[in-house]
Ligand binder design. Structure first.
Ligand SMILES: Nc1ncnc2c1ncn2[C@@H]1O[C@H](COP(=O)(O)OP(=O)(O)O)[C@@H](O)[C@H]1O
Ligand SMILES: [Mg+2]
Length: 229
């Protein structure tokens, strides 16, 4: 049932990778997952055409707001969790998807420029009539030891923390999070012998899925998702 939108005005912030990692974590506990690909470049539609798509994940494109609305309606009725991916620009379907979602995830790399774009989503949502209280979290993406050592990373983090929203440790920089885009399948379905770092990538995704459920969603919704309907 829950509808989660991955939104940021910045391309390359990690939106599609986060959607795929979360889909993988939810599918691994047998949730039926709908990914709505509202990015005209259709990265997730292309990914779904490769080998290894798990039975529990379906991907549907949405090229305009009416397709998006129908897909969300269908997703709420027939799937346990719906994840919406969008393009990283102010003119994309990102804000539409955020308005329709139960929670918004804003992936953000640790740089001040990225933080400013991420905060823009939050500010715009707060000013949208009727959606001032929608749950939103910033999700740190593609961090590594080096990025954390930089003073600018701490500056970016401080900017995010000032918004008084949860800042979730997201997906650290790992080759395994990139591998799914070349091989198809998910971090849970890929063969451990073929790709290194899969156990850690799975643990990242599972921790993020669990943080999203507990910090952003109504407890009734995650009980439903955990125990099936
Ligand atoms: N946690 C991660 N680890 C490794 N690479 C990542 C991670 N997150 C994103 N990337 C890489 O960063 C680039 C942008 O990520 P992507 O998910 O396509 O962002 P967006 O959808 O916001 O444009 C891609 O090359 C992707 O493989
Ligand atoms: Mg993308």
């Amino acid at each position: 049932m829950p509808v989660l939108a991955s939104v940021s005005f910045k391309g390359g912030s990690g939106k599609s990778s986060m959607v795929l990692a979360l889909a993988s974590a939810f599918a691994d506990v047998n949730a039926r997952v709908l990914i709505i690909d509202a990015d005209p470049n259709a990265p997730l539609v292309r990914w779904s055409q490769m080998a290894g798509l798990p039975d529990t994940i379906q991907v549907m494109p949405a090229l305009d707001s009416s397709q998006l609305e129908k897909a969300v309606q269908g997703g709420r009725a027939y799937f346990d969790v719906v994840l919406i991916d969008s393009e990283g620009s102010r003119r994309s379907l990102g804000m539409r998807s955020a308005i329709m979602a139960d929670a918004v995830l804003v992936p953000c790399r640790l740089s001040v420029l990225d933080a400013i774009e991420a905060i823009g989503v939050d500010i715009l949502l707060r000013s949208t009539r009727g959606r001032t209280t929608i749950p939103l979290a910033y999700v740190l993406s593609a961090t590594n030891m080096l990025s954390w050592r930089e003073r600018t990373a701490r500056d970016a983090l401080e900017q995010l923390q000032r918004m008084q929203r949860p800042v979730l440790p997201g997906l650290p920089d790992r080759a395994a999070h990139r591998a799914v885009w070349s091989y198809g399948g998910t971090i849970h379905s890929l063969d451990d012998a073929a790709v290194s770092g899969l156990p850690s990538a799975r643990a990242d995704a599972e921790a993020l899925a669990s943080a999203v459920l507990t910090k952003l969603l109504d407890p009734a919704m995650h009980t439903e998702l955990r125990h099936g309907r």
